[in-house]
Design a protein around this ligand. Structure first.
Ligand SMILES: Cc1ncc(COP(=O)(O)O)c(C=O)c1O
Length: 454
């Protein structure tokens, strides 16, 4: 075994990992280099990254304009605080972000998606305190939502299996139904549209009941924008998000949209809430914001919210949030170069073309016996496996599906992970057609193999 693997097992604690299994495994890979859309391990094996390094990578790896901008910034100013000082990259990035984010007026910086959501939750809570309605201090979220692993984000994106142990830290939250609409088996397009509309109506009615009952106690409804990913690749039906935004307005509850995983092109739109016709009060971006090259996230909000924090020092209305690296200039310079590249390379157009290609290729699975449902939008795809109405999570030989996927995909030169019984591919946003096809081929091959193992 390679020495670095031995030391990894000895010193490093991996996220969401049963470390007993990890430490016993002979199959752990140590990544030493990235080249284009490939990751290269310490034995020189190359893997196409089918999950974009946890859904954040945009341009692949290696020398490119974004990396060059980082190098330039590192030479000039590595870090300077936003506590009491300003810095140029953070100002320029804020201006750029506000240009593309319709309805937003201010940018608050943090260093990861969970924290950007924590910031949003604190802003919403304090907004109502600032305007004399401190009783509006509870949150509404959507079932199957995921917003991160910090304390408040675990509360709004509660998943019993993951967060049960931390319950004593969490705050109770009202939950509206998730818009999981399975339409793949409907043949007739007209029926499909009507059924989808009925489904949305029922989701909205149930959400309105919650708002009617609890809105006086609630400051905000928080939800992912466009799709829930970690909760099962749940793509919102038409109009759902728009109607939630209307409900929030009607019941005086702020709308917090989480675009950390879905913004910046993942669903085929630079800013998903614009495509969904739903202007939020607060929106968060992260992950692809820096092309996946630097830990930076942002929370954007409106003048209405921002101005409620203005007052005399003695009124104590200011926003008590900040981190050592808030507004870090390397992160901001990275995001600026990244946004410029999106425009220069017309990346959103390329994503949309690749998305059409994925739709076409998914038709190849039509006759597969173990597929319960396929959900796809932009460069996000989830394929749900079932046999005789039972979710497939363990294979005949007792192997867990997620281990099988990871191990076998690596053997075929692609890195893929699954989510319970849902196979996912979430490639780097600028992936080439040829490389995308390789990921799809491997995913389909895995499905064929699984069919013989259940
Ligand atoms: C929708 C959503 N929100 C928030 C987060 C948390 O972001 P981070 O992992 O950067 O804390 C994630 C991470 O996957 C996410 O998918």
């Amino acid at each position: 075994m390679r020495s670095i693997d031995k030391e990894d097992k000895q010193f490093v604690w991996h996220p969401y990992t049963q470390m007993k299994e990890w430490m016993q495994s002979n199959n752990n890979k140590v990544i030493v280099k990235g080249e284009g859309f490939y990751l290269i391990d310490s034995d020189g094996n190359r893997y196409l990254d089918g999950i974009a390094s946890m859904w954040c990578n945009v341009w692949g790896h290696g020398q490119n304009e974004v990396a060059n901008a980082m190098i330039e910034q590192i030479k000039n100013l590595q870090h300077s605080t936003l506590f009491g000082l300003a810095n140029e990259p953070s100002v320029n990035l804020a201006e750029k972000l506000l240009k593309i984010s319709k309805g937003m007026d201010r940018v608050f910086y943090s260093d990861n998606g969970s924290t950007a959501i924590e910031v949003a939750l604190k802003m919403a809570l304090q907004y109502y305190a600032n305007i004399g309605k401190p009783e509006k201090n509870r949150f509404i979220s959507i079932e199957n939502g995921y917003h991160g692993d910090t304390v408040a984000t675990m509360s709004v994106g509660y998943i019993e299996k993951y967060f049960g142990a931390y319950k004593p830290l969490l705050t109770p939250v009202f939950r509206a139904p998730s818009p999981l609409f399975k339409n793949i088996k409907l043949k007739n397009e007209k029926d499909d549209k009507n059924t989808s509309l009925d489904f949305v109506n029922s989701c909205i009615e149930k959400t309105e009941i919650i708002l009617k009952k609890y809105s006086k106690k609630c400051c905000a409804l928080v939800m992912e924008s466009g799709a829930q990913i970690a909760g099962g690749v749940i793509i919102y039906p038409d109009d759902y998000q728009k109607r939630i935004a209307e409900l929030c307005q009607k019941y005086d509850v702020l709308l917090i949209l989480d675009e950390i995983a879905t913004g910046f092109g993942r669903l085929g739109n630079m800013v998903e809430y614009i495509a969904q016709n739903s202007i939020p009060d607060i929106v968060c971006f992260g992950k692809a914001l820096t092309a996946g090259y630097f830990p930076l996230a942002v929370t954007l909000t409106t003048n209405k919210i921002f101005e409620s924090f203005l007052g005399e020092y003695s009124e104590n209305k200011q926003f008590y949030h900040g981190h050592t690296f808030t507004g870090n200039p390397i992160g901001c310079a990275t995001a600026i170069a990244n946004i410029e590249e999106y425009k220069r390379k017309n990346l959103i157009n390329q994503i949309r073309e690749n998305s059409k290609h994925i739709s076409n290729r998914l038709k190849e699975l039509e006759t597969c016996s173990i597929i319960e449902n396929i959900r796809h939008k932009g460069l996000l795809t989830g394929i749900e496996l079932e046999k005789k109405g039972k979710s497939i999570e363990v294979l005949k030989d007792s192997q867990r599906l997620n281990y099988f996927i990871m191990r076998e995909s690596l053997k075929m030169g692609v890195f893929l992970r699954s989510l319970g019984n849902i196979l996912m591919f979430i490639p780097s946003l600028a992936i080439s057609r040829q490389e995308l096809d390789k990921i799809i081929d491997v995913q389909f091959k895995l499905i064929e193999m699984i069919e013989t193992k259940v």
